[in-house]
Design a protein around this ligand. Structure first.
Ligand code: XMP
Length: 518
């Protein structure tokens, strides 16, 4: 792999993703990782990320100079660039000139440069630094400078050591991705072989090796991660896999069918469907408190899944086998954020999404553990999963139940499902799906509003459109949808859904409003 050494800024994941966009596999390691440990991973190259600190700050993370003697190609970025300069005997000074945000760099050696060859002399770059490299270490050529940095990029082709002051991983750096590509392909001479096809092949081989002839179960939620994970396992060990889908009746129009028909048609997976619609409705009767709804749904889900799992296990037993493995759609960012550890191989049931009984311990199969979301989507597409499934926007586990303000009933679910389908269809038709993060449609079932429809006055319910833009759902802003799209959604919903006579728009950012209403 290419190791991205994380100096604690928010950039390491972005760098790792950009490296993969250059078709090279990358992995993030914390800056405290000893050099020997990094080398043990036989890295094809190492990238030192940016960081928040000055190299002069007390406790600033250091670079062990041994890294530069190991014969491994290294690229230092921002803080990593400065730490590299310092470790190799260059000079880092507080120039008093701070550069932040979009500024310019001047390429001073476009001809001879490995990173910048053929690029324009003046280019926009994204910077964020107070200190600057004022003298390159011995053996390095200076290939760019900037207003605030006498040395903004340097190279030593002999030792294959490179550095840039700016952030090539950020889109605002016009030639950023080219700089990364040049480092990886030219400087480090790495073959670009991290392609979707190879990812699938490698994961399939790994799954086969891990699972052997053991039996596997996998819960499907209707979301992209569990679907892609299951499809990979299916490709690897086919008949040994059984998927469980709990139909709780709280999904949107077409989603259950998508899992039950399209997914099975494409993958040929063995599917165990639990029709729990009645059970969920009965359990939700009379419940209007959001927390109680969530708890009720969680509890019923565990019961349904547990029952299905036991049936599958019993069935396997009758045929002289046991179910040893459970598939989970854990993604790479989850792994990095939880400390990047190797993860315990065996977990107790209540820690997993399926909520399996306490007396069952499974070995986890996590085929998406090394992948970012965009890679998961690419794998799903390549495996032939439906576009709608692969590009599905986030949807909460408790489903439509937390989008009905008030008690959940079969009728209200139908009303909301119809309104939601209209909003989704119009947003898709307007080409806005990838621009918005998600757009909950909320039924204010406990509110009644007066309207005039057809010949008379009506006494119906309002629905709320909640379109949001976000990077990670932690914060969000309301999306400025075009008025004509809003108008079409409103007209169609009030015409086609009898119980709804008013459509309102939620214009609250998060914070203070959450994305969902409950
Ligand atoms: P909020 O409403 O907290 O939502 O701003 C943030 C993101 O999480 C989703 N969400 C949930 N997902 N179970 C889930 O699996 C839940 O109970 C749940 N509540 C909210 C929400 O759709 C948004 O993407």
């Amino acid at each position: 792999p290419v190791l991205v050494v994380d100096y604690g800024a928010q950039y390491a994941q972005l760098i790792a993703r950009r490296v993969r966009e250059a078709d090279v596999f990358s992995e993030i390691v914390p800056s405290t990782t000893p050099v020997a440990e990094m080398l043990a991973k036989e890295p094809a190259a190492v990238i030192l990320s940016g960081g928040p600190s000055s190299v002069y700050a007390e406790g600033a993370p250091q670079v062990d100079p041994a890294l530069f003697d190991a014969g491994v190609p290294v690229l230092g970025i921002c803080y990593g660039f400065q730490a590299m300069a310092q470790a190799l005997g260059g000079e880092v000074a507080r120039t008093g000139l701070r550069e932040y945000g979009g500024t310019g760099a001047r390429v001073v050696d476009a001809e001879g440069s490995t990173l910048l060859r053929g690029q324009p002399a003046e280019q926009s770059v994204w910077m964020s630094h107070g200190d600057a490299v004022t003298r390159a270490p011995e053996g390095f050529r200076v290939v760019a400078d900037s207003q605030g940095a006498p040395v903004a990029a340097f190279e030593d082709d002999g030792r294959r050591l490179y550095g840039v002051q700016w952030h090539p991983e950020v889109k605002h750096s016009t030639f950023g991705q080219e700089v990364l590509r040049n480092f990886l392909h030219r400087g480090a001479g790495i073959d670009p072989d991290w392609t979707t096809g190879n990812v699938i092949e490698e994961q399939v081989a790994r799954i086969r090796q891990q699972v052997g002839d053991g039996r596997v179960i996998c819960g499907l939620s209707g979301g992209v991660d569990s679907a892609v994970a299951a499809a990979l396992v299916q490709r690897a060990v086919g008949e040994q896999l059984t998927c469980v889908f709990v139909d709780h009746g709280l999904l949107r129009a077409g989603e259950a069918e998508q899992v039950e028909q399209d997914f099975v048609a494409v993958t040929g997976v063995k599917l165990h469907v639990v029709d729990a619609r009645e059970t969920f409705l009965a359990a939700l009767a009379g419940v209007s408190d959001p927390e109680t709804k969530r708890k009720t749904i969680g509890r019923e889900f565990i019961r349904a899944f547990e029952r299905a799992a036991r049936e599958i296990i019993a069935d396997a037993g009758e045929h002289g086998g046991e179910v040893r493995f459970l598939v989970q759609g854990t993604l790479y960012p989850d792994v990095v954020e939880s400390g990047g550890g190797t993860g315990a191989a065996t977990i107790k049931s209540h820690h997993n999404v399926g909520g399996l009984p306490d007396d069952l311990a499974f070995e986890l199969v996590e085929p998406l553990r090394t992948l970012f979301k965009d890679e998961v989507r690419a794998v799903g597409t390549e495996l032939g999963l439906p576009e709608d499934m692969v590009w599905r926007q986030p949807f909460p586990g408790p489903g439509l139940a937390i989008r009905i303000v008030g008690e959940v009933t079969a009728e209200r679910l139908d009303t909301l499902r119809t309104a939601d389908a209209i909003a989704r269809a119009e947003l898709t038709a307007a080409g806005l799906d990838r621009e918005i993060w998600q757009c909950p449609v909320v039924l204010l079932a406990d509110v009644r509003s007066v309207g005039v429809q057809g010949d008379g006055r009506t006494y119906g319910h309002p629905v709320v459109l909640r379109p949001v833009s976000s990077e990670d759902a932690m914060t969000a802003d309301w999306t400025r949808l075009p008025y004509d799209v809003l108008a079409r959604i409103s007209t169609r919903i009030t015409n086609e859904v009898a119980e709804v006579n008013r459509v309102v728009l939620d214009v609250t950012s998060k914070p203070p409003g959450t994305i969902e209403w409950e």
